[in-house]
Design a protein around this ligand. Structure first.
Ligand code: KMH
Ligand code: ZN
Length: 275
């Protein structure tokens, strides 16, 4: 049994800057180049944010379209668009990637199910806004990745399922270690896993120095993992990752050491029931 594990590359994000790392991809071509290398290194999916040419976070549909087209020209990696964007963005702005249809339609989209402190700021997700985004994802025929920064967000995902806005079994991403939110502790991960409805799938995205150790935990506990420059820029203490691909390569090595095989995009589609 190959026991595949989905490795997602959170390549760009909204917060990481070129001042922090020169290896952050910004243009469609840079994103596509790194995405292709991530696929070769073992990633099955990218979690995608986009930037304006001067590096500012954006959720502009045309920037998403350009990045998705460039990625798909180079590789078969799955594309999950962010609907979180950057703190302070309005709902229409956040949903730019959900206006893409036909050949440019993404494979998946994120949905954060509650409000959370985010460093010194607030990632604002009041209940009506969450339902608005959930409806847009459903209308596009996509499955959401339910981003849970705290365990209450799993309960809110259950409420969304009862309202018919999310289909279960669903897929969750536990985001651990954001300053001001739930810390990256193994006990927190265990509680989140234990709180999931039967049949759910999950990924863990731990922030900063916790990113790679949580790949080991995900591998052992039967989950999936997200790595990448959105959440962490170092491949080891004080050593910048030379690209997202280097973090993916390290994650793939760790997964294999625990008896898991990095999933292909096709396997990820089946495992996450993307249809
Ligand atoms: N940039 C964060 C405020 C998502 O992509 O869905 C939100 C975020 C979540 O990154
Ligand atoms: Zn994101």
């Amino acid at each position: 049994m190959s026991n595949p594990m989905v490795i997602t590359a959170a390549m760009v994000g909204a917060e990481t800057t070129r001042e922090q790392t020169p290896h952050l991809p910004i243009t469609a071509e840079e994103i596509a180049e790194d995405a292709a290398r991530c696929r070769e290194a073992g990633a099955a999916m990218v979690h995608l944010h986009v930037r304006t040419p001067d590096g500012k976070p954006s959720q502009d549909a045309e920037l998403f379209r350009a990045a998705i087209r460039a990625i798909r020209k180079r590789t078969d990696i799955l594309v999950q668009v962010s609907t979180g964007g950057a703190v302070g963005m309005g709902v229409d702005e956040r949903c730019g990637g959900l206006t893409l249809t036909g050949a440019d339609r993404p494979d998946m989209a994120t949905l954060t199910t509650g409000t959370v402190n985010f460093g010194e700021e607030v990632f604002w997700n009041p209940r009506p806004l969450v339902r608005d985004i959930a409806k847009r994802i459903k209308e596009l025929g996509l499955k959401p990745e339910l981003e849970c920064f705290d365990v209450g967000m799993i309960d809110e995902a259950n409420a969304l399922a009862k309202e018919g806005l999310v289909q279960q079994p669903a897929h969750y991403d536990f985001v651990l270690g954001v300053p001001g939110a739930l810390a990256a502790r193994e006990a927190a991960l265990d509680f989140m896993i234990a709180s999931l409805p039967e049949g759910s799938t999950w990924t863990v995205a731990a922030v900063g120095r916790h990113q790679l150790p949580f790949v080991d935990l995900a591998a052992v506990k039967g989950g999936n993992a997200r790595v990448g420059l959105e959440d962490n820029i170092y491949v080891s203490k004080g050593v910048l990752a030379k690209g997202n691909w280097e973090l993916v390569a390290e994650a793939a090595k760790r997964a294999k050491a625990k008896g898991r095989t990095p999933a292909t995009p096709e396997e990820a589609r089946k495992l996450l029931r993307l249809g």
